[in-house]
Design a protein around this ligand. Structure first.
Ligand code: AMP
Ligand code: MG
Length: 496
C-alpha cells in the first residue's frame, strides 16, 4: 500500500506511550465497500481517485493497512449512568493514524468494529451493518446542520456474521474526529494516581486543541474553562435542533467539543422535555432536557481528574474548579439564547432584553408541548408565520387557538426590529431545518441495508439529510413526522 495515500503523522502514538496498547485490527473475511465519504476524503487530502473499490475495501477493513498506520487501542475509563468503571478503553475500536486536513487541522482516523483488543472484556470487538450506517447518517446530518461532530469516512461490510440477539451482517466503520480524547481518558489515569500521565495528556490536549493557552501561567484552569465553553456551545446546538444523545457517559464526551459515539441517539419529533429513546436509559438520566446538566456533571468529573494540575493546594484547586464550573449554566444559557433568537427570527437586544426573549422562547416551547406539535416543523413553519401565513403552523397543533396570543406577542417583538418580514423569514429558514433524520426513515433505511442488502434507501436518505435547510417537494416523505404512535414505542439500542 503506498504510504503516501495517507501521510499519517501519529502524534498520540508517538507522544503518549503508556496511554494505549499497540494492537492490530482483526483480519476480515470478504471486505466490501458500503460507503465512502468522498467529500470528507477531499477535506482530509486523501486522493482515492486512482484506487479500485477492492483496494479501498482492503484498506478500510484493516486487511491492508498503510505502512505509516500505527493502530492503537486507547485506554480510558468512564462514568456510565453515574457509576465509575475504571477500565473501559477501545474494546472494539482502534486509532489507526492522524492526518492534517486542508484547513491545517489534525484529524484522527479510527476504526470501529475492528475486532477484540485488550480492552474488550466480554465483547466480541465487532459491529453490525445497521448501527454503522446509522453512525454515517447521524454524523452527516449533524455536520450538515452545522453542529461539531465526528464523521464517517468509510463503512466496510465484513462478510462475517455478528451475533447479537440474532446473527447480523458485520461491518467496520472508519471514524474521523478532531481527537478521541475523552473525559474518561483523564479519569483512567487519575483513578490510578498516575498524575504525571494526566499532566502529559493535558499538555497534549492543550497543544492539540487550545495551543494559544500553551504558555499561560494558569493554563490548566484556562483549559478547563475552554473545554467547558465548547461543551456549553455544543449542548446549546443539540438542544436547539432537538438532538438526544442517549448515552452521555463521560467516556462519550470529547474534550474537543464534538458530538461523539452515536449509540442510541435520536432526534425529537413531538416536543417533550422528558423525551428518552434509549432502551437502556430506564430512569431517564439522559432525557432531552437533562442534557445540559449532565454535561456539567461530566465536566465536574473532568475537573476532578485534572484537579492536581489546577493548584498545588487541594482546597485551592477545588475552589478554582468550582468557580469555573459554576459559570457553565450561564454560558450554556447564553449560547442557547443566541441560537433560539436566530430561530425566532430575532436579533440580539440590549442585555435587559434577555429575560423577555427567554420568556418568549420558553412559552413557545410550552405551547409546542401542550399542542403535541412536531418540534422541527413547528420551528420551520414559524418562518411562514413571519410572512403572514400562520396556517401551516396552526395545523401542527391539536388546538391552534392556544397559539394566537403568543404569535401576537412574537410579532410585536419582531416588528420592533426594522428588517422586512421576507428577509426575517429567509434568515429563519437558514437556521430552522426543514429536514432532520427522522427515526422511522432511519430505521427503514437500515432495515433494507441490513436484512436485504439493499443500500438504495440509505443512499436516498443520506442525500436528503445533507441539505437540511432546503425545502424540496420531492423529499417531502423524509420531512414528514412518523405516523401517530410510532414515536411512543420507538426505542434505540446501545453499543449495537
Ligand atoms: P460504547 O457503548 O460504544 O460507548 O462503549 C462502551 C464501552 O464498551 C467501550 O469501552 C467499548 O469499547 C466497549 N464495547 C462496546 N461494544 C463492544 C463490543 N462489541 N466488543 C468489545 N467492547 C465493546
Ligand atoms: Mg463510547
Amino acid at each position: 500500500m503506498p504510504a503516501a495515500l495517507f501521510n499519517f503523522d501519529n502524534s498520540y502514538a508517538r507522544d503518549l506511550p503508556g496511554c494505549y496498547v499497540a494492537w492490530p485490527p482483526a483480519p476480515v473475511k470478504t471486505p466490501r465497500l458500503l460507503f465512502l465519504n468522498r467529500e470528507l476524503a477531499e477535506e482530509l487530502r486523501l486522493d482515492f481517485a486512482a484506487h479500485e473499490e477492492s483496494t479501498l475495501a482492503a484498506i478500510f477493513s484493516g486487511n491492508a493497512l498503510p505502512e505509516d498506520a500505527t493502530p492503537i487501542a486507547q485506554a480510558y475509563a468512564g462514568h456510565q449512568f453515574g457509576n465509575f468503571s475504571p477500565q473501559l478503553g477501545d474494546g472494539r475500536a482502534l486509532l489507526i493514524g492522524e492526518v492534517i486536513d486542508r484547513h491545517g487541522r489534525r484529524r484522527d482516523l479510527a476504526f470501529k468494529g475492528s475486532g477484540r483488543t485488550p480492552f474488550s472484556r466480554n465483547g466480541d470487538g465487532k459491529a453490525a451493518v445497521g448501527p454503522m450506517l446509522r453512525e454515517v447518517l447521524i454524523g452527516e446530518a449533524m455536520h450538515a446542520l452545522g453542529i461539531p461532530t465526528t464523521r464517517a469516512l468509510a463503512v466496510i461490510a465484513t462478510g462475517e456474521a455478528v451475533y447479537r440477539e440474532e446473527p447480523l451482517p458485520g461491518a467496520l466503520l472508519t471514524r474521523v474526529a478532531a481527537s478521541h480524547i475523552r473525559v474518561g481518558t483523564f479519569e483512567y489515569f487519575a483513578a490510578r494516581d498516575e498524575h504525571e500521565r494526566v499532566r502529559q495528556l493535558a499538555d497534549y490536549g492543550i497543544a492539540r486543541h487550545d495551543p494559544e493557552l500553551g504558555g499561560a501561567e494558569d493554563r490548566y484552569a484556562q483549559w478547563l474553562l475552554a473545554v467547558a465553553e465548547r461543551q456549553a456551545a455544543l449542548l446549546a446546538q443539540w438542544m436547539n435542533v432537538g438532538f438526544i444523545h442517549g448515552v452521555m457517559n463521560t467516556d462519550n464526551m470529547s474534550i474537543a467539543g464534538e458530538t461523539i459515539d452515536f449509540g442510541p441517539c435520536a432526534f425529537m419529533e413531538t416536543y417533550h422535555p422528558g423525551m428518552v429513546f434509549s432502551s437502556i436509559d430506564q430512569h431517564g438520566r439522559y432525557a432531552y432536557a437533562r442534557q445540559p446538566a449532565i454535561a456539567q456533571w461530566n465536566l465536574a468529573r473532568f475537573a476532578e481528574a485534572i484537579l492536581p494540575l489546577l493548584a498545588d493546594d487541594a482546597d485551592e484547586a477545588v475552589e478554582k474548579a468550582t468557580g469555573i464550573l459554576a459559570g457553565f449554566g450561564a454560558s450554556y444559557r447564553r449560547h442557547w439564547l443566541q441560537g433560539v433568537r436566530a430561530k425566532l427570527g430575532l436579533q440580539a437586544q440590549a442585555a435587559d432584553g434577555d429575560s423577555v426573549d427567554t420568556a418568549l422562547a420558553d412559552d413557545w416551547l410550552a405551547l409546542l408541548q401542550a399542542g403535541g406539535a412536531d418540534y422541527t416543523l413547528a420551528w420551520r413553519r414559524l418562518a411562514d408565520a413571519a410572512e403572514g401565513r400562520p396556517g401551516p403552523l396552526r395545523e401542527l397543533f391539536s388546538d391552534a387557538s392556544t397559539l394566537e396570543a403568543w404569535l401576537a406577542r412574537w410579532q410585536a417583538r419582531a416588528e420592533a426590529e426594522t428588517r422586512p418580514a421576507a428577509q426575517r423569514a429567509q434568515e429563519m429558514r437558514q437556521v430552522n431545518p426543514w429536514l432532520i433524520p427522522r427515526n422511522h426513515r432511519v430505521e427503514e433505511a437500515l432495515d433494507a441495508a441490513s436484512t436485504e442488502g439493499d443500500l438504495g434507501p440509505f443512499e436516498d436518505l443520506l442525500k436528503a439529510i445533507k441539505r437540511p435547510f432546503d425545502e424540496d417537494p420531492a423529499l417531502t416523505r423524509y420531512a414528514e413526522p412518523a405516523p401517530a404512535g410510532y414515536t411512543e414505542s420507538y426505542r434505540t439500542f446501545c453499543g449495537t
